[in-house]
Ligand binder design. Structure first.
Ligand SMILES: [Zn+2]
Length: 460
């Protein structure tokens, strides 16, 4: 995976930034990661940003063949999870630890730390979604207890943050339950990690938490980053109205921002195997629909603590506004929408009224155009991958496509274009062609030709 790969040369975008160019680095893979994760076949069951798969109904056959021991076990596990839920919601550490295997002091100590960290998060709800009908084949790690064990094939934590999540978000976990003489207990959350089924962590699994708030904003990070948390909270609060000014008021106008301590923690929290070296911040959510209207839950912005400090103050404002645009538009961004439109629109809002010349914003693409290399087609989804060699040009090309749309149809026309494509029940190509026809009066080929012409006029 990228996050364990050898160190790469410092990315060119940041090289340019450090050379005192006022703003450049808005290299962000953000939304595309979540969308790709949601649409690609899951290589494993457990991912933080996966599509919220419908809970499989317990198998009828399994029910009919339950023996007495299994019936008792299932009742005990339901009781165990009910006590655990109450313990979390009532901040009762002893009741929580009473659900953990008494034979494992180290696991209990780790559970205590995680529980204490979680206590800082204002929860509206916390629950467990378990399918007791199907167990996983046991790994060697899950067979080390010298006692009966059970590992459900499907288990999710479902939680909502008070005042921010209108629907619960889920974290897939792979717990092992063990039967001791005194009953059933939680024994582990990582017995299946080596077999490709790790539990998705929350930020509370990475040490004590500190919260910062500003109007409409909740920032969750670690105590050592207290100053950064406050700065991020204020910046997000200032940026929300900029997004609303373009997009309108039909979004929550609130956001939860996560500030991990390391890039590696960021990768774990968003369950992202992409290369994050060029990423300043990203937005993730569960998105379930393609095509048609998406049904997003658990939208979060996450900051890359390695790259964020290298951005100029203006660069941070642009990045934050860009990410908030993804949050605002999330409910109208289905997972098959063209990436150039998603990212181009976020950059369109992100750069907004900032007085940065287009040749500075799009310096890499400008260099190509000036050298006679005008791209033949709009940026492809793969050009937005974190390790893409054309990442900068892809963002810049998307931004210019959105500016072109706004120059033809006005800013409200651009918003309408985005919404039509992002919520269309048609296939991606048809959705795009239809919006181009009705709003721009152009065919896709004509639009591409206009875009190439626009690149030449803006950048040469
Ligand atoms: Zn983005």
């Amino acid at each position: 995976m990228a996050r364990t790969a050898a160190r790469r040369p410092f990315p060119r975008r940041y090289g340019a930034l450090l050379a005192a160019v006022p703003v450049v680095a808005v290299g962000l893979a953000d939304v595309t990661i979540a969308l790709r994760t949601a649409t690609s076949p899951a290589p494993r069951l457990h991912r933080a940003v996966a599509a919220a798969a419908p809970t499989p109904a317990p198998s009828a056959n399994a029910r009919f063949t339950l023996n007495d021991a299994e019936t008792k076990r299932n009742a005990a596990l339901r009781d165990l999870l009910a006590r655990r839920r109450q313990a979390v919601l009532h901040h009762d550490v002893n009741a929580f630890l009473a659900t953990d295997d008494p034979a494992q002091p180290r696991f209990r100590a780790q559970q205590r730390r995680e529980f204490e960290a979680l206590s800082a998060v204002p929860l509206a709800s916390w629950d467990y979604d378990i399918d007791l009908g199907i167990g996983l084949p046991l790994t060697p790690q899950a067979q080390r207890y010298r006692a009966p064990v059970f590992a459900p094939a499907q288990f999710d934590i479902r939680y909502a943050i008070k005042g921010f999540d209108d629907k619960p978000t889920s974290l897939s976990q792979t717990p092992t339950f063990v039967a001791r003489a005194s009953g059933w207990y939680v024994a582990s959350f990582d017995d299946f990690a080596k077999a490709g089924n790790p539990s998705s962590p929350g930020i509370w699994d990475f040490g004590p938490l500190r919260i910062a708030r500003a109007h409409g904003v909740l920032v969750i990070g670690h105590p050592q980053s207290a100053t950064l948390l406050r700065q991020v909270a204020e910046l997000a609060a200032e940026s929300i109205p900029k997004v609303t000014a373009v997009w309108g008021r039909h979004w929550s106008r609130t956001v939860v921002v996560l500030v991990p301590s390391t890039q590696r923690e960021l990768g774990d929290i968003v369950d992202d195997a992409e290369d994050l070296d060029q990423i300043a911040a990203l937005t993730s959510a569960e998105v379930t629909s393609c095509p048609g209207a998406p049904n997003p839950v658990g939208a979060r912005i996450a900051i890359n603590p390695r790259n964020w400090p290298t951005l100029s103050p203006l660069g941070r404002r642009i990045v934050m506004t860009h990410e908030l645009t993804h949050i605002a538009t999330r409910a109208e961004t289905n997972s098959c929408m063209p990436t150039w439109l998603i990212e181009g629109f976020a950059d369109y809002v992100g750069y907004g009224q900032a007085s940065v010349p287009v040749r500075t914003i799009a310096s890499e693409l400008a260099a190509d155009v000036q050298a006679g290399r005008v791209p033949k087609s709009l940026p492809a989804a793969a050009d937005f991958d974190g390790d893409s060699k054309r990442l900068a040009q892809a963002y810049e090309g998307g931004l210019l496509a959105c500016r072109l749309i706004a120059s033809i149809a006005g800013e409200r026309g651009l918003v309408r274009f985005y919404t039509e494509v992002g919520t269309s029940p048609a296939s991606p190509a048809r959705a795009l062609a239809s919006a181009m026809r009705t709003i721009l009066h152009l065919t896709p080929a004509q639009f591409t030709a206009r875009w190439r012409q626009y690149l030449r006029s803006q950048l040469s």
